[in-house]
Design a protein around this ligand. Structure first.
Ligand code: SAM
Length: 300
């Protein structure tokens, strides 16, 4: 079903299933020799979601090469590591407020070694964030002191929900936006998120994100539609053909630079190099790298 402006989902459906896909890739990345990340939560959560295709991947029954995307664990591992490093660096520089937008099954709010005074906020759809908190709490990993789970659609008034959870816009924040600014929002909501982040960011705030650079604005949607036949044959429940919103999304780095941020936009090959990993050469990854970039920014 095509996306609509007030649609919702869980972790098996629509854009929610992409969170489960990414977690499966992180689970596999965590098992590689000299892993770029160690995410013990990913495998547990993928199993708990119960999408057959991704459960079989974490069980080792099939692997990403059967989906013709053998590069995904490397790519998502490096993306997560880069944004983990961004959050850690910000804390080292004294920032004590962390907001993770569209956190999905990412568990950096649980996983990283946060300074005791660091307040963490994760935001995602209520069905996604409540489910993750419930499952992890049931396994003995309840959110620690200072960790707030905010369930709200990011097309709604999430700044108010964030403030009501204790967020303080007079303090600098590090914002982590992983796997969202890649076509998963309608273009106007994409801009509104960047405006809201800007409005809520005290000077010295930082931002780490991946994003799709225009004009290849629905490049991800086209890529996923091409993969549908192979993935759907392996698991008829998987349908990622309509997870993106078409339309002209603004170039996030330029947009923020015009609104009081110093920004740096890096090509994926440089992101791999920065953490000492070989440049991506798989065809599929070269294609994704041709329309995806990593953004880091500091609010002046
Ligand atoms: N950041 C996580 C990661 O990297 O593992 C999840 C990325 S997943 C590709 C996309 C996430 O965006 C999903 O968790 C989905 O629920 C969330 N998302 C997309 N649109 C959203 C919206 N309008 N409101 C809240 N969350 C949204």
């Amino acid at each position: 079903m095509p996306r609509s402006h007030n649609d919702s989902w869980d972790l098996k459906t629509s854009v929610g299933a992409t969170a489960t896909l990414v977690a499966a890739a992180r689970a596999v990345a965590s098992r590689q020799p000299d892993p770029v990340i160690r995410d013990p939560f990913a495998e547990v959560l993928v199993r708990a979601v119960g999408l057959n295709l991704f459960t079989r991947i974490v069980d080792g029954e099939i692997d990403f090469s059967d989906l013709e995307v053998e590069w995904m664990p490397d790519y998502f591992g490096v993306r997560t590591r880069t944004l983990d490093d961004c959050a850690r660096d910000a804390c080292r520089a004294g920032i004590r407020q962390v907001v993770i937008l569209a956190s999905g099954l990412d568990c950096r709010a649980y996983r990283l070694d946060w300074p005791p005074a660091a307040t963490r906020y994760e935001i995602d759809q209520p069905q996604v964030i409540d489910w993750k908190r419930r499952v992890l709490t049931g396994l003995g990993w309840a959110p620690a002191e200072g960790h707030h789970c905010v369930g709200i659609d990011l097309r709604q008034d999430w700044p108010t929900a964030l403030r009501q959870s204790g967020f303080d816009d007079t303090q600098p924040t590090v914002w982590i936006v992983e796997g969202l600014l890649i076509g998963y929002l309608p273009p106007e909501a994409h801009d509104r998120i960047l405006d809201a982040i800007t409005h809520l960011s005290a000077p010295g705030s930082r931002l780490g994100a991946d994003y799709i650079d225009t004009p290849k604005t629905d490049a991800l949607g086209e890529n996923l539609r091409r993969r549908h036949a192979v993935w759907n044959q392996l698991d008829p429940e998987i349908d990622l053909r309509n997870v993106t919103f078409a339309g002209q999304h603004t170039e996030a780095a330029e947009y923020l630079a015009e609104r009081g941020w110093t920004t740096r936009s890096a090509e994926i090959a440089d992101v791999f190099a920065a953490i000492g990993r070989p440049a991506p050469i798989a065809d599929g990854l070269v294609e994704v790298a041709s329309f995806t970039r990593m953004l880091s920014g500091v609010r002046i």
